[in-house]
Design a protein around this ligand. Structure first.
Ligand code: PGA
Length: 252
């Protein structure tokens, strides 16, 4: 059985004070009715230490980062490596988010290297894939997502997926308020799992595939009820403790 996972991608929002309030609110709101989902918060790098301070000595909520460089050490001004994220107490790191692909030119090859670097340092990559609206409308969703998955399989090996997380995030659903239906998302999740199963059936049944793109408390259940949707990667709704908790509870 795959443990559901819900990760909050704060993007470039928040301060140390905001972190204190939001993480405090999440911890305080984890009531007895909480489900069995693994809960991850991914604040900006500069807030990781404050999150670590608040989350020390507990395993209820773990930390992740939003990006990583694939070099480990050296003259890479401005970059943050996987060993530094591990040192900061991160367990997860998002790689290949569509904003990084679109705004910072990250290619499938760079994303695969980042995932490999994370794994080498004991972090679990949350590898993001997804098609644009134009690609969906041209019936190219499977071609695009398939190529993104293939590039990662080629570099990492399919067996690596057994302990990874994939986030299917249709670009047209991110931050737009327009969510994929449960049916649309399930179809792509099943496609991704089958793609991996073509190489390694055990890894395919173990890999957690989460959905992202305008997940809110009122649509989370309809998404998470599907057999191949193992939780969510949450942007906007992860910035409010009550909304994020409601989504976490729907996943478990
Ligand atoms: P959203 O973002 O929930 O605000 O659409 C999701 C994401 O970009 O990970």
């Amino acid at each position: 059985m795959r443990q559901p996972l819900v990760a909050g991608n704060w993007k470039m929002h928040g301060s140390r004070k905001f972190t204190h309030e939001l993480v405090g609110g999440i911890l305080a709101g984890r009531g007895p009715d909480r489900g069995g989902a693994e809960v991850v918060v991914c604040p900006p790098f500069t807030c990781l230490d404050e999150a670590r301070r608040l989350l020390a000595d507990q395993d209820e909520v773990v930390r992740g980062a939003q990006d990583v460089d694939w070099h480990d050490d050296g003259a890479y001004t401005g970059e943050v490596s996987a060993s530094r994220l591990a040192d900061a107490g991160c367990r997860y790191v998002i790689v290949g988010h569509s904003e990084r692909r679109a705004l910072y030119g990250e290619t499938d090859a760079v994303v695969a290297r980042k995932a490999a670097a994370a794994r080498e340092r004991g972090l679990t990559p949350i590898l993001c894939v997804g098609e644009t609206l134009a690609e969906r409308e041209a019936n190219r969703t499977e071609a695009v997502v398939g190529a993104q998955i293939d590039a990662a399989i080629e570099f990492l090996g399919a067996d690596a997926f057994a302990d990874m997380v994939i986030a299917y995030e249709p670009v047209w659903a991110i931050g737009t308020g327009r969510t994929a239906t449960g049916e649309q998302a399930q179809a792509v999740h099943a496609f991704i799992r089958a793609r991996i199963a073509g190489h390694d059936p055990a890894a395919a049944s173990a890999v957690r595939i989460v959905y992202g793109g305008s997940v809110k408390p009122d649509n989370a259940q309809a998404l998470f009820v599907n057999p191949d949707i193992d939780g969510g990667l949450i942007g906007g709704a992860s910035l409010k403790a009550a909304d994020f908790l409601a989504i976490c509870n729907s996943a478990g």
